[in-house]
Design a binder for this molecule. Structure first.
Ligand SMILES: [Mg+2]
Length: 387
């Protein structure tokens, strides 16, 4: 079998959230589906896929690892990470999908078989930056708990407009004011009161804050017994993360902004996090997610993959989670599930706060091309200037 083409689709059934899907075609009519969406600049990644076509077309799609290494190694002089690992991700997921379809089994069977009946999820309520009141957020949390979820995440930090004038946007590091920290404590405290002590609650700082702000916030929030405090500081500096670690008493999750197994080595070796959360669409696909999970397992660190993209990312991450022993929970945004069904033929069933497997081979879902076309956006609009 040979790869004959790679097609990309940027589509936006939810306004403001463009998704980038990848379809690998073969000379035997089998196609594989992948995703490497990034809301900030899908155009860059789509052009990256276009640029690697000459290396991938003509290859045997069964050679997943060889193709992974080929794209990665040929870009190592510029790092092999970020946009490059996203390009690899989209193609890698599609190649696993092809392998599953050829062999007639779900991908999790190719990864050693299931180690669980279903995959536990966590989902989101509002983030404070989105503007709802604390009461509105508590109402959403109440409904989410009633729907069967046992764990939710929120970003309780208001937008800190610390930058102005000609340098606005030159630095993404924000500083929390005392009143913003008090608001965050009120936000999280209201959730804890509503949900009870046994419900799992996570806070995401979205890598926004300087070290002093993050430490001050963690000290205020630790009494709410969070499952984790996510990305407390920007992702580039392991030293900043270490400083946060040494000056806070709260569990840490990082990884959505780390790319390939190599970025996770310092986190694990230096014990900088209690959970790792790589994203399948950015860090290197099914192959790399599996490797990062195994790396974390050897440090007894739970794997809890980030997942805030489209339906193909959810369905392919699910395949890895089914076969991964050190899984904690898979992320989802349950409010999007109905939108997923607008553009794919089926999804793993979700009930009781978990995803349940389909018997379909590969990753188990297909695009509905007419619907993908209906919500298509031009490549130039797959890049959001407001991100
Ligand atoms: Mg996050």
């Amino acid at each position: 079998m040979q790869i004959t083409d790679i097609k990309t689709y940027i589509t936006m059934p939810i306004p403001g959230l463009p998704w980038l899907f990848v379809e690998v075609h073969t000379d035997e009519g089998v196609t594989g589906l992948g995703e490497c969406s990034w809301y900030g600049n899908n155009t860059l990644i789509e052009q990256g896929i276009e640029s690697v076509k000459p290396w991938v077309i003509g290859q045997d799609p069964a050679n997943i690892e060889e193709i992974w290494q080929l794209i990665y190694r040929r870009h190592l002089r510029i790092g092999g990470r970020g946009p490059v690992s996203a390009v690899i991700s989209g193609i890698d997921i599609a190649l696993w999908d092809i392998k599953g379809k050829v062999l007639g089994v779900p991908v999790y069977q190719l990864l050693g078989g299931p180690v669980r009946e279903s995959v536990p999820l966590y989902t989101h309520v509002h983030d404070a930056r989105q503007g709802p009141t604390i009461e509105e957020n508590v109402a959403m949390a109440r409904e989410t708990k009633a729907a069967g979820y046992q764990a939710i995440k929120t970003d309780p930090f208001l937008s800190m407009a610390t930058q102005s004038g000609p340098f606005r946007g030159a630095s993404l590091v924000e500083k929390l004011t005392p009143s913003a920290i008090n608001h965050a404590a009120e936000w999280v405290g209201a959730l804890r009161s509503e949900l009870g002590d046994d419900f799992e609650l996570m806070v995401d700082a979205h890598a926004r804050f300087d070290v002093a702000s993050a430490i001050a916030a963690a000290r205020e929030l630790e009494l709410f017994k969070l499952t984790w405090f996510e990305e407390p500081v920007p992702q580039e500096s392991y030293d900043a993360l270490k400083e946060f670690r040494e000056n806070s008493n709260i569990a840490i999750s990082v990884g959505e902004s780390l790319f390939t197994r190599y970025d996770f080595v310092p986190v694990l070796q230096d014990r900088l996090a209690d959970f790792v959360m790589p994203d399948i669409a950015w860090t290197g696909g099914i192959s790399e997610l599996r490797r990062i999970a195994a790396l974390a397992e050897s440090y007894y660190v739970p794997f809890t993959p980030h997942d805030a993209l489209g339906p193909v990312a959810i369905a392919s991450t699910f395949q890895v989670c089914m076969a991964t022993p050190n899984l904690y929970r898979q992320e989802c945004i349950h409010a999007w599930f109905d939108d997923f069904r607008k553009i794919v033929n089926t999804m793993p069933e979700y009930r009781d706060g978990a995803l349940w497997p389909l018997d379909a081979p590969g990753i188990g879902i297909e695009l509905i091309h007419e619907e993908v076309e209906r919500y298509a956006v031009p490549s130039s609009q797959g890049r959001l200037t407001t991100y």
